[in-house]
Design a protein around this ligand. Structure first.
Ligand SMILES: Nc1nc2c(ncn2[C@@H]2O[C@H](COP(=O)(O)OP(=O)(O)O)[C@@H](O)[C@H]2O)c(=O)[nH]1
Ligand SMILES: [Mg+2]
Length: 616
């Protein structure tokens, strides 16, 4: 199936043509039929000679109903453009063509109607020329008369050729069904209709209703009045919904696949290029039309053809979506040079744009976006955002995402490398500011980098940093931190006053290896617990307990001495052999127990279980 919208000035025979082709009445309202005037969208369909089915969305041609016309043309891929032979090109002919052009619709037919009333050739020539300069380009043109039947067979054949040439919808695409009608049927609840451009809807599918994103369940499907269990775009569909009441559904809302669209009220766009007066600045307020939706938008120019739109209502969008921008209250048709046209198109470049600060940032953003293609991909979006979750990128409408850096996070390679560099710097700075701290808390590093997830910090740390107990520091041998190569690998540089105190302590210990300094001596040297811990981590001191500090290797030396005693030995024997006091001997023996060098027996005596590794 395909769907095509009519277009053209009021009374140029659109509804008559649809009626003649389909045998159905597109003007649904009594008022429309009484006045012979299409006010709202009408729907009708036929089976073409080829067997292919074609649905029409018949639009109003009167200038008062332009928003309804746009809601009909918005979601369809092709148009049937009518011009009356006896009237020729008229204001709404121009306005409809401008809308088609702004939406970028490139497929269609020109039908010169009422050919029984005047020679169709001049109107045809004129219209074909104007359409040729629009997104439609050169399209097949046919003169018809609904009264005499002239050209109707030819028109059917042309429609068949057009339908055959239209791209089929991608059945795997996410669903976005713009609601163009919503009503209730007694006994079956809410029914919405719309043009499904792509994707599939099945019975019992759960979809989201924008903008509330309320879940609704499909409990009935009809396409062209036939009941179905599944429908695939392109199609006209009517869905019976559970989970909502009619009062809460209206034209302009959309039924969307959960998680597949970004519901956004801020977008960065490239304004349509087919506008006269290239120097014209966009107005501050515009109406935005997309699908069957319309909303007011505040326009912030970002330089060149790039602008940020702040939408009055959130819309489900993808990058690459085409918007129609309408100047509210502007006269139909094209406007004079230098002023902004009544209708222009815009291409959505970013559906979740970052906040922009001052003028300089705006100009930079505009410059960056100017270089983007109309359908940005993962590379462009990641370059701008740095980091994006995979599902967020999918909801922007980008498929084929690159490999995540961690979890479901995707990163721009250059930004990622810069972040790794910055993390190393932040950690080094933290170490310099807090020489006695065992490392930088991961959470603090996350905040300093301004990244949203600590897993990212962990992934970034893989390059030259280590994390232990939630603390980040330079990896030994990682080359990130210069330092003397001690027995425990390169140690972080310690501040000079601390180093001086450590040297004095090691001098004491060289004379009396197990004569751990008393609290008074430590105070005298200015050695506090944090300093001792830092020197311990640097391998400059051996921390036996919180109070007992010895030179590195003192434990191995003690083990060798104790191995020379008759086994098992008592604490007193050990204390004498080591020439020390109980204050040092007991924590030192417990330290050796923990290291598995000695074993404490139930009677408090000990055995040396294995010779200690040679010192050094
Ligand atoms: N003589 C003649 N009148 C036509 C033809 N097509 C439409 N009309 C008349 O033109 C008027 C407007 O037609 P309608 O289909 O409502 O125009 P719409 O506003 O474009 O939908 C009606 O009075 C039609 O009967 C035609 O081919 N020949
Ligand atoms: Mg009509």
């Amino acid at each position: 199936m395909q769907v095509i919208a009519t277009a053209g000035h009021v009374d140029h025979g659109k509804s008559t043509l649809v009626r003649a082709l389909t045998g159905m009445e597109p003007d649904r309202w009594a008022e429309e039929r009484r006045r012979g005037l299409t006010i709202d969208l009408g729907y009708a369909w036929l089976t073409l000679p080829s067997g292919e089915r074609l649905a029409f969305v018949d639009v109003p041609g009167h200038e008062r109903f332009v928003p309804n016309m746009l809601a009909g043309v918005g979601p369809v891929p092709a148009v049937l453009f009518t011009v009356a032979a006896d009237e020729g090109w008229m204001p709404q002919s121009a306005e409809h063509l401008a809308a088609i052009d702004a939406l970028g619709i490139s497929r269609g037919l020109l039908v010169v109607t009422r050919a029984d009333l005047a020679d169709p050739a001049p109107a045809l020539r004129d219209a074909a020329g104007r359409m040729g300069r629009s997104s439609l380009g050169e399209v097949p043109a046919i003169a018809v008369s609904a009264v005499t039947g002239l050209g109707m067979q030819e028109l059917l054949a042309a429609l068949d050729r057009l339908v055959a040439s239209l791209p089929p919808g991608d059945p795997a695409a996410p669903v976005r069904l713009w609601v163009d009608r919503a009503f209730s049927i007694r006994g079956s609840g809410t029914v919405v209709t719309g043009t499904l451009p792509a994707g599939a809807v099945r019975l019992r599918d759960e979809l989201r209703l924008t903008p509330s994103m309320r879940p609704v369940v499909v409990r009935g499907i009809q396409s062209l009045k036939e009941t179905a269990s599944e429908v695939t775009g392109v199609a006209r569909v009517a869905l019976n919904l559970r989970g909502t009441d009619t009062g809460s559904v209206a034209r302009g809302m959309a039924l969307v696949t959960a998680g597949a669209w970004t519901l956004t009220s801020v977008v960065d766009v490239r304004l349509g290029q087919r506008r006269p007066g290239t120097g014209a600045r966009p107005p501050r307020e515009l109406m935005v039309h997309v699908g069957s939706a319309r909303t007011a938008a505040h326009v912030r120019p970002l330089g060149g053809r790039i602008a940020r739109l702040i939408l009055g209502e959130a819309l489900p969008l993808h990058v690459g979506d085409r918007l129609l921008l309408r100047l509210p209250g502007a006269p139909a048709g094209e406007t004079s040079r230098g002023s902004w046209p009544a209708l222009t198109g815009a291409t959505v470049l970013d559906v979740a744009p970052p906040a922009i600060g001052g003028r300089g940032a705006a100009t930079a953003a505009g410059r960056e976006l100017s270089s983007w293609p109309d359908r940005p991909g993962a590379a462009e979006l990641l370059r701008r955002h740095g980091l994006l979750r995979r599902h967020a990128l999918a909801a922007m409408g980008v498929t084929g995402t690159p490999r995540p850096v961690t979890g479901d996070w995707l990163a721009d390679p250059r930004r990622w490398a810069a972040m790794a560099e910055r993390l190393a710097k932040v950690v080094a700075e933290h170490a310099a500011r807090n020489p006695l701290a065992p490392g930088m808390p991961v959470e603090a590093a996350r905040a300093a980098l301004g990244v949203p997830d600590r897993r990212l910090v962990e992934a970034l740390a893989r390059n030259g940093l280590v994390i232990a107990d939630g603390l980040l520091r330079a990896a030994p041998g990682g080359g990130a931190s210069p330092g003397p190569a001690g027995r425990a690998g390169p140690a972080p540089a310690l501040p000079e006053p601390l180093m001086a105190a450590v040297r004095a302590l090691l001098d004491d210990l060289a004379r009396e290896p197990f004569g751990a300094p008393e609290a008074g001596r430590l105070r005298e040297l200015g050695l506090e617990p944090r300093g001792i811990a830092a020197a311990g981590r640097a391998g400059l001191l051996l921390r036996v307990s919180d109070q007992i500090v010895l030179a590195p290797g003192a434990d191995a030396k003690a083990a060798r001495i104790l191995a020379g005693l008759p086994q098992p030995f008592t604490t007193a024997q050990a204390r004498q052999a080591l020439h020390t006091t109980r204050r040092v001997a007991i924590p030192l023996l417990e330290h050796l127990d923990r290291a598995g060098i000695t074993q404490r027996l139930p009677d408090d005596r000990r055995l040396v279980r294995r010779p200690a590794k040679p010192a050094g």
